[in-house]
Design a protein around this ligand. Structure first.
Ligand code: F6P
Length: 347
């Protein structure tokens, strides 16, 4: 009986369990044995896994997170790490591996395929910034959390005539700040793709109040680019195994620094709110449960059809397979036209 493995790597995202369930159900029904590696790429590195049965995955698509656990382990940064993973997959008698993750996890999958491993990818990130797929599961759930938070912040900011700067996840891309901010009625949205100055923010705040408004909500992506702020925020910032700054672990988060500067410069009472991992936790939306299921099912079809070095992806309404090379080259960033549409509603 052929055996396949599955792993979930990088930041968790609502919808991962739907992927695990779909791959496992399709595989078992097609006569395969399934094992689930624990904690991302650490699993294959250490041969740390659990068998997966239909009973193990029943209904898990309704739960957030990943029953296998995740990590940011990077085999490519360990001497001979990729070969160790490839050898371990072979020693475990695995025909193929399905890896669900973001640009880092899929980048490792792509490197493994280049040395002969049989891997299929499933794109995952709440940031929605993986190329070659229209959406990633986790994003819809996360922007609903952002919207709910902003809905709440309107009432308290208005009650106290305050500016509130809301820090939203998205270290390199602004999709969550943009769509979550639009949905939640943020009065200004700042994303990594469009650099801004402090003066622009001060002018926005002063103009909004001068027009008779008594509060303002600013949706700020954690990776937003403001040269005057960055030197304060990123000094001695901790980084993960892939070199990314851990925005939620910097000494002075960007939202806090910006809030202090707004209050200093405009005299308007200002607070900050960091949504952090509340954007990733909790159960998936219907959209993410269905998308995760469809992608996982397609990934197993790709295993059966020998489509390795590729990932399942959403193209319009269809689930297709695309080369991992196209997905991991560069991130899918907010385009200017999309930002300009949101900008029409600022103020
Ligand atoms: O990649 C998804 C993400 O949630 C980013 O938006 C965020 O910057 C990062 O993960 C946080 O990483 P960690 O959970 O390792 O702190």
């Amino acid at each position: 009986m052929r055996k396949i493995g599955i792993l979930t790597g990088g930041g968790d995202a609502p919808g991962l369990n739907a992927v695990i369930r779909a791959v496992t159900v399709k595989a078992i029904k097609d006569g395969y044995e399934v094992i689930g590696f624990k904690y991302g790429w650490a699993g294959p590195m250490k041969k740390d896994y659990v068998p997966l049965t239909l009973a193990d995955v029943e209904d898990i698509h309704r739960q957030g997170g990943t029953i296998l656990g995740s990590s940011r382990t990077n085999p490519a940064e360990v001497e001979n790490g990729l070969q160790v993973v490839k050898d371990n997959l072979e020693q475990l008698g695995l025909y193929a591996l399905v890896a669900s993750g973001g640009e880092d996890t899929l980048g490792v999958a792509n490197k493994l395929c280049k040395i002969g491993a049989r891997v299929v990818g499933v794109p995952k990130t709440i940031d929605n910034d993986i190329s070659a797929t229209d959406y990633t599961f986790g994003f819809d759930t996360a922007i609903n959390r952002v919207m709910e938070a902003l809905d709440r912040l309107h009432t308290t900011a208005k009650s106290h005539q305050r500016v509130i700067v809301v820090e939203i996840m998205g270290r390199h891309s602004g999709w969550m700040a943009l769509y979550g901010g639009m949905a939640g009625g943020a009065h200004l949205i700042l994303v990594p793709e469009v650099e801004f100055s402090l003066r622009q923010v001060y002018d926005f705040v002063n103009k909004r109040y001068s027009e008779g408004n008594t509060y303002a909500l600013i949706a700020l992506a954690e990776g937003a680019k403001c040269p005057e702020l960055i030197k304060e925020v990123e000094k001695e910032a901790p980084r993960d195994a892939f070199g990314h700054i851990l925005a939620t672990k910097v000494k002075r988060p960007i939202a806090q620094v910006l809030a202090e500067k707004i209050e200093e410069a405009t005299g308007k009472e200002t607070r900050h709110a960091i949504l952090g991992h509340m954007q990733r936790g909790g159960d998936p939306s219907a959209f993410d449960r269905v998308l995760g299921t469809r992608l996982g099912f397609k990934a197993m079809e790709m295993v059966e059809q020998g489509e390795f070095g590729k990932m399942a992806a959403l193209s319009g309404e269809e689930i297709v397979s695309v080369p991992l090379e196209e997905a991991v080259g560069e991130l899918k960033l907010v385009d200017r036209a999309r930002y300009e549409l949101a900008k029409a509603f600022f103020g």
